[in-house]
Write a protein that binds this ligand. Sequence first.
Ligand code: NAP
Length: 303
Amino acid sequence: MSTKPPLLMLLNQPAFSCLDHIGAHYDLRHEPGPGITAALSGGNGIDAATMDAAPDLKMVALAVVGYDRVDVDHARARGIAVTNTPDVLTDDVADLAIGLMLSVARRLPAQDLYVRQGRWAKEGSPPLARRASGRRIGILGLGRIGQAIADRARPFASEIGYFSRHPRAEGTGYRYFDDPVALAAWSETMIVAVSGGAPTAGLVSRAVIEALGPDGTLINIARGSVVDEDAMVAALVDGRLGAAGLDVFADEPNVPAALLGLDNVVLIPHQGSATRETRQAMADLTLANLAAFFAGKPLLTPI
Ligand code: NAP
């Protein structure tokens, strides 16, 4: 008989190598069942059926910040606590947003490929890129990550605007928009940083994409679900949307085939928090939440 507490292991991210040794602390179970009080998951979350197949479940530790794949209402109704990993990944995700913005404007992946393919020597300089600086930058969702993006974007922007459901009470010095279409119409680059899930599904609608327009750039580091992906792809193909930098997609790891041939997009395989330092910090926080739960102490970062 193992003396280690059972833990339902739902995490499907091999990139979390820092959690490889979790089996030293917990008796890992890969199927829900009676006697399991805690679960560990990631971006794949946990659905109501899985919770109900674990009748003694009291706590779910997520090794991510987004809980759009967790049936939160069902967890609340069942008295199951959910923790996530806010703050520790904010800097990395904001860094990637700025990196994408620069990469799209200056066409960095295409330029790199141009050198590697030996085209510089054969064909001379590649086509001109666009300026990254001096543009109106709109941020859709000024939460923890959105605010960190705004802080980093200031030296690049002529002005910063943001959309959220209410203007930030403390004041930001940024221009407030109460409607995503209005933000997009004003923005030259729009960066999506809202939470995912049903409430924000399709918030970046066809109308938002049209408003951003042929000279506009869309950056998404939030969730693929926030963007009407079909409308975005069609607009990029037709030139009705200028360019895009995407870390997240509607059906990961599948990326719309039409995007693969476009040179006005930069595509990243959901790497927002994927640095060794941040993944370690996320793992540490997740393990600390689990340890607190099993010690009967207050959880560190409940949602
Ligand atoms: P946060 O501090 O909770 O901020 C969430 C933002 O979303 C807030 O600005 C909030 O606006 C907005 N929002 C929430 N529900 C909304 C709704 N129904 N309609 C409009 N706006 C809504 O979260 P965070 O730490 O900044 O993280 C933001 C998201 O980034 C996460 O949820 C996750 O999906 C994504 N993320 C991606 C990666 C990656 O690898 N690419 C990594 C980490 C996180 P209000 O001010 O109006 O409440």
